[in-house]
Design a protein around this ligand. Structure first.
Ligand code: MCA
Ligand code: AMP
Length: 494
C-alpha cells in the first residue's frame, strides 16, 4: 500500500515524472522506487544528494515508501555547512544518482545508488502518520541551520489542502525549475503532483525559455519563487533575461505560454506588485500567491477561484488555524487591513521538532501555536497580507532564507576580516541581496571582494554569498557595544 501515493498502487502507464528527455510512468516509478524501498527498509535515516534529477525524485519516493526519514542535501552546500548537517543528522547512508560525484564529507558514508528501473513488487506497509518523512535544514538568525522534522501526516494533509485550494487534480501537468532540497521544490513540486496522480516536468534549472516551452506544450501549472516571476516579467517586457533565459523566446511566445496555463503560483517570498502587474498586463493572468515556511509547509493561499487583493497571500488552507498576536501577546481580532500582529499557526501541517534542538523547538512555540516571525494584517474578507518580518537578521534572497549570523561567522574565519556585520538590501531581481560590511584586519590592504564572496560560497553555499561588500573603518555600535545594523542600512555607504 501507499498512503502517500495512491497512484503508485495502480502502477499505470500515465506519465509521472519528466526531467528533460528522461521520464517515468507511474508503473515505472512504482518499480524503481518500490525495489529501492525494499533495499533501504529499516534504515534509521538517509541523506539524499538532491540534484535536480529523476534520481532525487525516485530516492525520495522510495524513502517515503519504506518509512525511512530522508535528509535532502543541496549539492552545492559548502564544506562547513555540509559537515554540520552530516554530523547533526547522522545518516546511515547517502542516496545518490550513479553519476553523482560526492564530496569528502560524504565519503565515509555508505553510498546507495538510486535506480530508475526496477520490478514492481508488493509495497511495504504504511508507517505511522507521525513517522518523520523529511528533515529539511533551514537557517535561523544565528548559528548553523536547524533540521526541521516533517512527519508524513504534514505532507499528506498539506498537499490535500492545496489540492482543495487550487482544484489540483491528476489532469494537471506541473512545470518548475526549483531546487529539490527545500519544501517548495521537493514537497510541493515533486511530491504534490505524485500524490494527485498527475505529471511533473522539471526543467533541470529555471530558464524563461524552458518555462515557455513546457507551458506551451501541455503544462497547466507553474510554481516559482518571485525572482523567477520577475525574470518572466522582464522577458514579457522585452528585457534581456540572461542568465535566466537565452533570449530565444520572444515576449509574445512567453505571453502565449503563460496565458495558456491554468494556474501560476508564486511563493517563498513576496512577489512585488510591479511584477504582478506586468504579468497581468501581458497575459491577463494573475499570479496566485501562497505563504509557507519550512516548519509549517503552506499556511495560506489565494484560492484558484479567489479574487486576490494586491499583496494578499490569501486565506488559511483547510485544516490550518491561523491567528495574529500583537507585541503584548494579545490576539489581534481586527480584520481592518491595518492592525499588525505576528502570524501564529497550528494544525496537522506543522513539523514536530528541530532535530537535536529541544531548546529551539520550545522557543518556536507559544503553547501549541507555532510562531512564524512573520508580521501581517488581515483584510475584511479574512485574507492575510504580510507586511514584514520580526527578525532583521533573516534575509530572503531568491526565495532562499539566509541567516545573517551564519554568513558573519563564515566571514570572521577569513584572515582579512576583523569585524563584520551582514544585512539584507532590497534587490529588484532577488528581492533582497546579502550585503557584508567589513572592518578589514589591514585597513590599507583590505581583502579582495570576490575572494570574500567565494569564501562564503565555498564554506556555506553559493546562494549565501554576499553580492555586495562594503569596507568600513569601524562598525557603528551603541553604548553597550552592540552593532547598530539599522545605522548601516540607513547611513552613508562609505
Ligand atoms: C556564483 N556561483 C558560484 C559563485 N558565484 N559558485 C561558487 N562560488 C562563487 N563565488 C554559481 C552558483 O553556484 C550557480 O551555479 C551560478 O553561479 C548562479 O548562482 P546564483 O547567482 O546564486 O543564481 P541565481 O541565478 O541568482 O539564482 C536565482 C534563482 C535561485 C534561480 C531564483 O535563487 C533559486 O533557485 N531560488 C529558489 C529558492 C527556493 O527554492 N526556496 C524555497 C525555500 P549554477 O549555474 O551551476 O547553478 S522556502 C520554502 O520552501 C517555503 C516552504 C516556501 O514558502 O516556499
Ligand atoms: P523558509 O524558512 O525558507 O521556508 O522561508 C519561509 C519564509 O518565507 C516565511 O517565514 C516568509 O517570511 C517567507 N515567505 C514564504 N512565502 C511568502 C509569500 N508568499 N509572501 C511573503 N513571504 C513569504
Amino acid at each position: 500500500m501507499s498512503d502517500l501515493f495512491p497512484a503508485l498502487t495502480v502502477a499505470s502507464d500515465r506519465p509521472a515524472l519528466r526531467f528533460g528527455e528522461r521520464r517515468l510512468t507511474y508503473g515505472e516509478l512504482a518499480g524503481a522506487a518500490g525495489s529501492l524501498a525494499v533495499r533501504i527498509g529499516g534504515a534509521a535515516r538517509l541523506a539524499l544528494w538532491a540534484t535536480p534529477t529523476l534520481e532525487t525524485a525516485v530516492g525520495t519516493v522510495a524513502a517515503l515508501l519504506a518509512g525511512v526519514p530522508v535528509v535532502p542535501l543541496n549539492p552545492k552546500t559548502g564544506e562547513r555547512e555540509l559537515a554540520h548537517i552530516v554530523a547533526d543528522s547522522a545518516p546511515a547512508a547517502v542516496l545518490a544518482g550513479p553519476e553523482a560525484v560526492l564530496p569528502g564529507a560524504l565519503e565515509r558514508l555508505q553510498r546507495i545508488d538510486v535506480p530508475v528501473t526496477g520490478t514492481v513488487g508488493p509495497l511495504p506497509d504504511d508507517p505511522d502518520p507521525l513517522t518523520p518523512a523529511l528533515i529539511v535544514y533551514t537557517s535561523g538568525t544565528t548559528g548553523p541551520p536547524k533540521g526541521a522534522v516533517l512527519p508524513r501526516r504534514a505532507i499528506a494533509a498539506n498537499l490535500d489542502a492545496l489540492a482543495d485550494a487550487w482544484d489540483w487534480s491528476a489532469d494537471d501537468v506541473l512545470v518548475h525549475g526549483l531546487p529539490l532540497f527545500h519544501v517548495h521544490g521537493l514537497i510541493l513540486g515533486i511530491l504534490g503532483p505524485l500524490r494527485r496522480g498527475g505529471e511533473v516536468r522539471h526543467l533541470g534549472r529555471f530558464t524563461v525559455d524552458g518555462v515557455a516551452r513546457e507551458l506551451g506544450d501541455g503544462g497547466t501549472m507553474l510554481f516559482g519563487v518571485p525572482t523567477m516571476y520577475h525574470r518572466l516579467a522582464e522577458a514579457l517586457s522585452g528585457v534581456a533575461t540572461s542568465p535566466a533565459g537565452t533570449g530565444a523566446e520572444s515576449p509574445a511566445a512567453v505571453a502565449k505560454a503563460l496565458t495558456g496555463a491554468r494556474l501560476l503560483v508564486s511563493g517563498s517570498a513576496a512577489l512585488p506588485l510591479h511584477d504582478h502587474e506586468r504579468i497581468e498586463a501581458a497575459t491577463g493572468r494573475r499570479v496566485v500567491e501562497r505563504y509557507g515556511m519550512t516548519e509549517t509547509l503552506i499556511n495560506t493561499s489565494v484560492r484558484a477561484d479567489g479574487e486576490p487583493g494586491p499583496g494578499s497571500v490569501g486565506v488559511p488552507l483547510r485544516g490550518v488555524e491561523l491567528r495574529l498576536v500583537d507585541d503584548e501577546g494579545a490576539g489581534v481580532e481586527e480584520q481592518d487591513g491595518e492592525t499588525i500582529g505576528e502570524i501564529q499557526v497550528r494544525g496537522e501541517n506543522l513539523f514536530t521538532e528541530y532535530l537535536n534542538r529541544p531548546d529551539a523547538t520550545a522557543d518556536a512555540f507559544d503553547g501549541t501555536w507555532f510562531r512564524t516571525g512573520d508580521m501581517a494584517v488581515r483584510d475584511p474578507d479574512g485574507s492575510v497580507r504580510i507586511v514584514g518580518r520580526r527578525a532583521t537578521d533573516l534575509i530572503k534572497s531568491g526565495g532562499y532564507k539566509i541567516g545573517a549570523g551564519e554568513v558573519e561567522n563564515a566571514l570572521l574565519d577569513h584572515p582579512g576580516v576583523r569585524e563584520v556585520a551582514v544585512t539584507g538590501e532590497s534587490d529588484a531581481d532577488l528581492g533582497e541581496r546579502v550585503v557584508a560590511w567589513i572592518v578589514p584586519t589591514e585597513p590599507h590592504s583590505p581583502p579582495d571582494q570576490e575572494e570574500l564572496m567565494t569564501h562564503v560560497a565555498v564554506q556555506l553555499a553559493p546562494h549565501k554569498r554576499p553580492r555586495t561588500v562594503r569596507f568600513l573603518a569601524a562598525l557603528p555600535r551603541n553604548d553597550m557595544g552592540k552593532i547598530l545594523k539599522r545605522a548601516l542600512v540607513t547611513g552613508p555607504t562609505d
